[in-house]
Ligand binder design. Structure first.
Ligand code: BES
Ligand code: MN
Ligand code: MN
Length: 455
């Protein structure tokens, strides 16, 4: 039996197992789910053990790293697979058609929080490797898995784990499936990710909520002030107005912009898919350039005062908002956070106090666009999807990919199987069953392709 035949024969069982994996509420950002995160790690460890891996849970200051190894022969290349078993918070819950942690199958999709980001995608490699082990009794490469539980909270404890365990993680190449295909009929290899710098702004007004009639007009309303400040973060050309924000960026190489133009992208379709009356962004750049190779600043949430039913006439005591800046590879997350802080202090009205909490971020990264590893990955995708992948970039961030290069000297193959309408980080997250199946086939084809590369 071939690995592909094994996959075909075991589809039902594989589906059941994926549904089990998806049923853990492994929300890393919410401490009420710490037990669920840990239970998910245990399940994953047990699953990998059953397939034949030597496994170990490595505790960190936060959630554990699931590590697994299948060693065959030191003459063979060693491939380090990365994935994350933590998921984003599922809220708002009332917008889910079926509950986020009661996985459902309908209209050709798996529906659950984490279905594609990143449990379903991580599972494709686990099942692809299982298919080879079960049909040949071994693997054509040495395999290591590092599956973390804190990706969705910026992997703050992972660099320390990696520094401490360099030998354990020793490999020739990394493989990550945590990105998207170009579209429903076009698989892709991704050659760059944006970085991220997250922060939270607090604007403090009076020492308590006060009556907006008795006090209104005499003090600055922190909600008004916050909005005025946020409004000054962009200029009329859609550029970020923080002084020095673009200072470290080198212009994109010509071939890159040319490559983007070749991709089958349509602004009209993109606009329609989002239901917006018009697209917008930094002047002078195309949509794909705006998403992939230009830095941005976005408010992710604003909170202040009363939001309940009816009216309440107050001046709130404070206002706050969460901000993320997406960065291109030359930008440093701490440096841009400091520039944001300096600018906010400058533009804040003297009649309020402000505070900016800066969080751990990650640098953007470019990975090679050619070479034998990349050709191997492209061949595996061709085998799994029946189509040659295109090369694209991605606007999202996977902090560990930079760490692979900087801490371990390793390049990464970014071969994601998601679609842009899979609703990651949003209600009704889903993974197309055909993408899962083709992903598993790619996972089963990849080891042989990689084994041909001389490390
Ligand atoms: N898998 C995503 C990154 C991604 C998103 C890749 C879309 C391709 C397409 C990853 O899980 C993610 O969400 N990363 C966070 C990182 C952050 C929390 C530090 C992100 O980009 O917001
Ligand atoms: Mn992810
Ligand atoms: Mn994510």
């Amino acid at each position: 039996m071939t690995a592909f035949e094994y996959l075909k024969k075991t589809e039902k069982q594989r589906t059941d197992e994926l549904l089990q994996f998806l049923s853990f509420a492994s929300v890393s950002a919410q401490s009420k789910h710490n037990k669920d995160v840990a239970a998910c790690a245990d399940w994953l460890k047990a699953h990998l053990t059953r397939i034949g891996f030597k496994t170990e849970l490595y505790p960190t200051k936060g959630h554990s790293v699931v590590f697994a190894e299948y060693f065959v022969d030191k003459k063979l290349p060693t491939v380090l697979y990365y994935g994350h078993y933590d998921v984003q918070p599922p809220e708002p819950l009332d917008l889910w058609k079926t509950p986020p942690f009661k996985p459902d199958i309908r209209d050709g999709y798996f529906y659950a929080r984490g279905a594609t980001d990143d449990k379903g995608q991580t599972f494709t490699h686990i099942k692809g490797l299982e298919a080879i082990i079960k049909t040949t009794g071994t693997l054509p490469i040495n395999v290591k898995f590092m599956i973390e539980g804190e990706e969705e909270i910026a992997s703050a404890n992972l660099p320390a784990f990696m520094k401490k365990n360099k030998k354990l993680l020793n490999a020739d190449i990394c493989v990550v499936s945590d990105t998207a295909q170009f579209n429903k009929t076009t698989p892709a290899v991704t050659f760059g990710l944006r970085g991220i710098s997250p922060a939270e702004l607090f604007v403090y007004g009076p020492n308590r909520d006060v009556h907006s009639g008795s006090f209104g007009g005499s003090i600055t309303n922190p909600a008004n002030a916050l909005c005025q400040m946020v409004a000054q973060l962009h200029d009329k050309n859609g550029k970020v107005a923080i002084p020095g924000f673009y200072k470290d960026i080198k212009p994109a190489p010509k071939w890159e912009r040319k490559q983007f133009k070749k991709l089958p992208h349509s602004d009209a379709k993109y606009q329609k898919s989002l239901g917006v009356p018009a697209l917008a962004g930094e002047k002078g750049f195309s949509t794909l350039e705006r998403i992939w190779i230009r830095p941005t600043l976005d408010v992710n949430g604003i909170t202040s005062g009363y939001q309940g039913e009816g009216s309440k006439t107050i001046i709130p005591a404070y206002a706050s908002c969460k901000i993320t800046m997406r960065l291109v590879p030359d930008m440093d997350p701490d440096d841009v956070a400091n520039k944001l802080e300096k600018f906010l202090k400058k533009i804040a009205p003297k009649s309020v106090r402000i505070k900016l909490n800066k969080f751990h971020g990650g640098k953007g990264v470019n990975v090679p666009t050619d070479g034998p590893w990349l050709e191997a990955a492209a061949s595996a995708i061709k085998a799994g999807f029946g189509k040659t992948p295109v090369f694209m970039k991605e606007g999202g961030s996977i902090p560990v990919v930079t760490d692979f290069k900087d801490l371990l000297g390793l390049d990464t193959l970014l071969i994601g199987f998601a679609q842009h309408d899979d609703n990651i980080h949003s209600p009704n997250e889903r993974f197309r069953i055909v993408d899962f199946e083709k992903g598993c086939k790619t996972g089963a084809a990849l080891p042989t392709e990689l084994s041909k590369v001389k490390a």
